[in-house]
Structure formats: C-alpha cells, structure tokens
Design a binder for this molecule. Structure first.
Ligand code: XMP
Length: 328
C-alpha cells in the first residue's frame, strides 16, 4: 500500500517547531480550499488527536462547510463527549452533529461475550450510525479522515479498526486526508499550533472500540460504569503525580467475575479492577511502568471507596509479550 501518492515525499521536513507547524497549516489550508472549493466535507470526529487536528484544520479552511459527526457510542472515557462538544461547538464554532447512540450500541452488545464479535458489532454499528447521519446531510461530496503516516505504513494494524471504511457504494466520497504524511509527534505539534487543548493533543492512545475492550465478557452498564469511573480516578491521580505524558498508556479493566471481600463487617461479592500502565515505543512490545507503591495504594483506596461495586484492585505486572497491552 505504498504507491507514490501514499509515500511521504523524501524531502519533506520534520514538523517539530511551532513555526514549521504554522507553515504546514498555511499550506494545508490553501490545499483544502483548492480541493473542496465551496463543497461540503463530512468528518467522523472521535475526539482523538488525529481526527481533532483534521477537524481544526478544516474549520480553519472552510468553516461551517465542514460537518463534524461525533458518535457517542457509550464506550468513551469519562468527560470525552462533553469535551468534544465544548472544544468544537462552543469554542471553535464548528458545525457539529452530536449523536447519542449509547442505547443503540449497548443494546446491540448485550449478552455478547466473544471479543472479536464485540469489536465487529462496535465497528459495524459505528458505520451504520455514521451512514445515517451522512444521508441526512445534503450535498456532501467529501469525506475527511485522520489517516496518519503510520496507518499507511502499517495498514491493517491498530488504526485500521476504527477508520470509517465500509460505507455503501452510493456514499463514496472523495477523500480529504491532510495529515496523511505526518507522524504522531508531528500531528501533536500541528494540533498545538491550531490551539487545541493539551488534554486532546497529548492524549494517550485509545482503541477504536473504546472501553468495550476493557469491560471484559458481555458488556453490562454497571460494569461499564466501573471501568469509566476507575479510569477517571487513575487518570486524575497520574496527572496529579506527574505521570501524565510520562507513561505511554494506562487504564483500568473490569473482568466479568466477582470476588469475595468485606466492607463494614459484611461480606461483599463484587468486582475487581485491574490497573495496567505500560511504556512502549511502537506498541509491538511494552514494559510495565514502575508506579511508586504509595501512589498505587492511594489509587486502590480511592477506587474501592469511590466506585460502587468494586471491592478489590490489582496491578498487572505483565510485559508484552507475553501479555498484550489491552485485555479484551
Ligand atoms: P495490544 O492490546 O494488541 O494493543 O497490545 C496495542 C495497541 O493498540 C491499541 N488497540 C487498538 N486500537 N482499535 C484501535 O484503534 C483497536 O481495536 C485496538 N485494539 C488495541 C491498544 O490500546 C494499544 O495501544
């Protein structure tokens, strides 16, 4: 998949300063205007770095002729859908369609415990929801995508899962992919120059199927909330203790079994939460982060005190290999 139009030009400079980012933005804004003219462009805006940077670039180039569609599938982290609305609709005055598809996704996923099947349902339902929104828009000719260079180089791996592929024939758009020759660090420099908040620009990687791969077995609403709330506590504590931006990826997992505990003199039969925190260069191998023990204890105490239904916290000490980063 590395034909000429998908090969980064050999003489392309690495974008690693605000000045180079500004020059890149000016060039892309001109190119986008040239490519789409007065046409309308559709973008699936997850709130991840890549789609957010593409959105901000297109807003600068064509304003409200960009239609951003944010699908809340119920598997996002705490505060994420709200942040997308705040940054893009309220601050950047974007044309943003917010789709609350939570019930739809969770109903489809009810009772499904096989990981691959869960992923497939999430992917297929995402395309269906996006397609429905696309059909409601008149005169859209273009589809913008947050493809970045590693997606082209490693096509078929990580990102391929969550790009909007598979739209029906009559919805074949012309593609607008302004960051397709950028590496991740360059996308972040451009995002910063576009004025996106640090919490978006320096966000840790997040899988397309979202918390769905961290709520093990058949997803239930109560366990999903346990994942979301415990993840929020973990992120808050990492940020407060200088680990944000230092640890590559960290999250919590809730399995589909219970264990016995005790609270206020009564036996409990509740869920464990697993904490995972890893460092890696390319996600192919990963090392476990050595979290200071007092911090681990504090996080465990907070999660068991603040997240209903959780009576135990464990720390995953497994490197990749033999473990993977996610639990699924
Ligand atoms: P694993 O678990 O295979 O994960 O060690 C490697 C990296 O890929 C991310 N990941 C995904 N990203 N869609 C994505 O966009 C997915 O289905 C998916 N599964 C895993 C994972 O979070 C880690 O960063």
């Amino acid at each position: 998949m590395t034909d000429n139009c998908n090969k980064r030009p050999d003489d392309m400079q690495r974008i690693n300063t605000p000045e180079l980012a500004q020059a890149f933005i000016d060039e892309k804004v001109a190119e986008i205007r040239e490519q789409v003219g007065d046409g309308k462009v559709l973008l699936a805006l997850s709130g991840g770095v890549d789609s957010s940077v593409v959105a901000a670039l297109l807003i600068r180039a064509i304003g409200k002729n960009l239609v951003c569609v944010h699908v809340n599938h119920g598997l996002l982290r705490k505060g994420e859908p709200e942040q997308v609305v705040e940054v893009f609709r309220n601050q950047m005055d974007a044309n943003l369609v917010y789709v609350d598809a939570v019930d739809r996704f969770l109903d489809k996923l009810a009772g499904v415990d096989e990981p691959e099947k869960k992923r497939k349902i999430i992917g297929a339902e995402f395309i269906r929801v996006f397609e429905e929104e696309a059909r409601k828009q008149d005169g859209v000719e273009f589809l913008a995508q947050g493809t970045i260079y590693p997606d082209i180089l490693e096509s078929g791996t990580v990102k391929a899962h969550h790009n909007v592929g598979g739209l029906p024939e009559d919805l074949k758009f012309k593609l607008v992919e302004p960051v397709k020759f950028l590496f991740k660090d360059e996308v972040r420099v451009v995002g910063k120059a576009l004025g996106l908040p640090d919490s978006m620009v320096y966000r840790q990687p997040f899988p397309g199927p979202g918390l769905g791969v961290r709520c093990l077995g058949a997803i239930t609403r109560d366990r999903l909330e346990m994942v979301r709330e415990s993840d929020a506590i973990l992120r808050e504590e990492f940020a407060a203790n200088g680990l944000e931006g230092k640890v590559w990826q960290y999250f919590t997992v809730v399995p589909d079994f219970k264990s016995v505990g005790v609270r206020d003199g009564q036996r409990t039969f509740e869920r464990p939460v697993i904490i995972r925190a890893v460092n890696t260069v390319d996600a192919m191998t990963a090392e476990v982060e050595e979290i200071p023990y007092p911090l681990l204890k504090r996080i465990a105490a907070r999660i068991t005190a603040e997240v209903p239904g959780v009576n135990r916290v464990v720390y995953d000490l497994t490197a990749k290999p033999p473990g993977t980063i996610e639990w699924e």
